[in-house]
Design a protein around this ligand. Sequence first.
Ligand SMILES: *Cc1c(COP(=O)(O)O)cnc(C)c1O
Length: 229
Amino acid sequence: MTNIAENLKAVHARMDSAAKDAGRAPEDIQLICVSKTRPARDVHLASCEGEEHFGENYLQESVEKVAQIGTHGVTWHFIGPIQSNKTRPIAELFDWVHSVDRIKIAERLSRQRPEALGALNILLQINISHEASKSGLLENEIEEALKVCCALPNLQVRGFMAIPEATDDKALQHTNFAKMNDLLKKYQQSYPQLTELSMGMSGDLEAAIHEGATMVRIGTDIFGKRNYS
Ligand SMILES: *Cc1c(COP(=O)(O)O)cnc(C)c1O
């Protein structure tokens, strides 16, 4: 049986220890509990342990879960692939979108964001390992994306997100995350509102925190192994 409360304690201990090793303040790193494929009950259990930030990948599933759990005391993050004809529920239900990988998606989210909710926080997803199978902007596409997205009325561009190639090679984990940190620093000079780096999952959160992650997205090590991705 998965003990979500115990798992959360262990994840926070790992995060705190990684922050300490890196000389960073633990409160500068936000845990996003990735609840994809998990029932609303699991979100409820984590929220009883004091967690407020939840990440979802699959639109249909997340629409149902948000309806069950609501938005009171919960901040919802959309972190999955986005189809351009399915942006409206994302714009209406979520507080953050980490997986904005093309300008067209940002334009639609801005247009469809209900004004009463205030600006939608977005991160630009960067394909830092240049994997053909992964979505995300390449480095040479970032400048133009920032220029367009930062001018959209109902969005706040807050930083970058990455899902680097899966690897147990610690040195490679550090290299990829450090590249993300370099990109953030570079673009912060023109866009000081870019303060967030969403990177690090169950297998590589230590490396991500060491290289400057401000949000880590953890699923398996909180909720247990999934039957599908
Ligand atoms: C599933 C997923 C995670 C969580 O991964 P774990 O290895 O289960 O911690 C984080 N980010 C994204 C984008 C995901 O799809």
